[in-house]
Design a protein around this ligand. Structure first.
Ligand SMILES: Nc1ncnc2c1ncn2[C@@H]1O[C@H](COP(=O)(O)OP(=O)(O)OP(=O)(O)O)[C@@H](O)[C@H]1O
Length: 555
């Protein structure tokens, strides 16, 4: 039902046209039974042309309407898949970062990859389901025209058949839901196969334990659930078909003894039952695909509901944006009592960053320091607007950042987090001298011998060492030319020489250009270069001072 609604919702016109073609095909096909019945009936006085012409006409009619319905449904199917992929992509692009982190990458990837493919299979089963359902319907109409009592008998049998089918099929669907959940777990294990490739290769016992305890156990559990689901559907199909054999037996052996129905009526009924068996089998055998795709729709919907988009972000994907945004300027950003709490549902643990109050001025270089897990990155996410503060506020030149202006506020920042990503093309940048500037920066960052940039802004490669990739990320940040730069342990992967360049040349240059620069760092050799040092411990600011003042306090 969900699938049918989805078809109707995505394009009513196409869906109705498809159903119309399917129904015509069904009617033509059922009329063929009438012709065949007429031809088989010795009492009917019909000439060859009475039979042959309609027979050929109906055969061609069945062929073309079926093909038409299939063509339309193919188009509908591809439209639905396209829309779904884009819908899910839009959700993933516009959901708050924290929601995305909570939902988990594996769940999103399973939905993007698997659910949409499963849904596609269900949609592609729909033409057959619809056409064959139309054949069944038309066959029943013919039966009703032939003989009311026999029509009621066959209808009754169909209802019993459906009930016999529905009970095991319902159990099969439940196992399918469980299999889908299990598949998500297995997908996560597969992801660890690539993410933990080095650790798994270096340690033999770990590799063995991962294979036995994680992969094999979960893959077996998945097999078991799929098997149970398919077996219940097999039972459902078996019981469903059995009923037709039984009804033919009743029609041939029982009915003639107790009724005065004519030979032609009985022959017609047997023909209809035999003729309907195949389309009904097609419909029932397709139902697992349809059910599976309904499970996929539920999962996609569930994920979509979880990934509630930030309302202001949605329109940024459709409204016109300038090719190159004008750089924003500011004098001072004030952070007043902002907090963020991570809640770990499993063990009910909480970690709160803040309340933090501090400020950042144009042309200022601030180091954020503190032990591991003290909340530096979390604070950086609050500062850059990636996390909306749960309490407190951020002000730009005295103006409070609200949910409506949050995305505008983010456009002040170019940030390179420790888990940064480098896109293989310069995206969203279009100044006339972009390529020229990029080539200059590549040279300055000493990676011009490794990477070149094509006319379309495509980077020749991004498969570089971690330190080199960080330099590429810095190249993108340079080209963005935003008023605030944030570096999260950027220099940790640089060689000592380039680390020196970073702290003694790159940072002062940015500062001299009026940029505000925030650097999360453990390199205490360079802290004296900053204007201020903000120290965090356990999510709280323990000191916010000039380097000289800080040294005096430490001494
Ligand atoms: N995605 C997350 N989900 C749940 N808790 C998190 C998450 N990220 C961070 N935390 C919690 O917040 C705390 C601070 O993490 P954060 O990454 O901000 O620290 P950090 O100071 O940047 O650490 P490091 O120097 O190791 O990078 C962690 O100890 C952890 O309890």
């Amino acid at each position: 039902m969900k699938l049918l609604l989805l078809l109707l919702r995505s394009s009513k016109k196409l869906a109705l046209l498809t159903i119309l073609f399917g129904a015509l095909s069904g009617a033509a096909s059922a009329s063929l039974v009438g012709i065949i019945n007429k031809a088989l009936n010795p009492e009917a006085d019909s000439s060859v042309t009475d039979i042959a012409l309609p027979f050929v006409g109906l055969t061609l009619g069945t062929l073309f309407t079926r093909m038409g319905s299939n063509f339309l449904l193919n188009m509908l199917q591809q439209d639905i898949l396209l829309n779904l992929r884009l819908w899910l992509s839009r959700h993933l692009l516009t959901t708050p970062l924290r929601t995305m982190e909570e939902a988990g990458a594996h769940r999103m990837l399973t939905s993007l990859m698997q659910d949409i493919i499963t849904l596609g299979l269900g949609v592609s089963a729909m033409p057959e389901v619809l056409i064959n359902a139309a054949v069944v319907l038309a066959g029943l109409c013919y039966m009703a025209w032939l003989s009311w009592p026999l029509f009621l008998l066959i209808l009754g049998v169909l209802v019993v058949g459906q009930i016999l089918y529905a009970v095991p099929a319902g159990i099969g669907t439940r196992f399918q839901m469980m299999a889908r959940e299990q598949n998500g777990i297995l997908f996560r294990k597969f992801m660890a196969l690539t993410e933990g490739a080095k650790e798994l290769r270096l340690h033999r016992s770990r590799r063995r334990a991962y294979y036995d305890e994680e992969l094999t156990t979960n893959a077996r559990a998945l097999r078991q659930k799929h098997l149970k689901s398919e077996n219940f559907f097999a039972i459902a199909n078996g019981l469903g078909s059995l009923i037709y054999i039984a009804v033919i037996g009743v029609l041939l052996l029982v009915i003639p003894r107790f009724t005065t129905l004519s030979h032609a009526e009985l022959l017609g009924a047997v023909l209809v039952v035999l003729y309907l068996q195949q389309p009904i089998n097609v419909v029932t055998s397709m139902i697992p695909h349809v059910r599976r795709s309904e499970v996929a729709i539920s999962q996609i919907e569930k994920l979509g509901a979880k990934l509630t988009p930030e309302s202001t972000l949605v329109k940024t994907l459709s409204e016109n944006l300038p090719a190159q945004e004008t750089p924003r300027d500011f004098e001072r950003i004030d952070v007043v009592g902002v907090t963020h709490t991570y809640k770990n549902e499993k063990d009910n643990e909480k970690f709160t960053v803040g309340p933090i109050s501090t400020s950042l001025s144009k042309g200022e270089l601030v180091f954020i320091i503190g032990g591991n897990g003290s909340g530096k990155t979390s604070f950086a996410k609050l500062l850059t607007g990636l996390y909306m503060p749960e309490a407190g506020e951020i002000l730009v030149d005295g103006k409070t950042v609200t949910t409506e202006t949050l995305d505008d506020y983010r456009q002040h920042f170019s940030a390179i987090f420790f888990d940064f990503h480098v896109f293989d093309r310069l995206l969203g940048l279009s100044s006339p001298d972009l390529l020229e500037k990029a080539a200059g920066y590549l040279k300055e960052l000493q990676i011009d011998h490794k990477v070149t940039i094509g006319k379309d802004g495509k980077l020749s490669t991004t498969t570089l060492s971690q330190g080199q990739r960080k330099r590429l990320a810095l190249l993108a940040a340079y080209l963005e030319d935003r008023p605030v730069y944030l570096f999260d342990e950027w220099a940790a992967d640089q060689d000592p020489q380039f680390r020196e360049v970073f702290y003694k040349k790159i940072l002062p240059d940015l500062k001299a250009r009026g940029k505000a620069v925030v650097v999360i760092s453990h390199d205490d050799r360079y802290f004296h270069l900053g204007d201020r040092i903000l120290q965090l411990e356990f999510g709280q600011v323990v000191s916010d001072a000039r380097p000289a003042e800080k040294r005096a306090v430490s001494a």
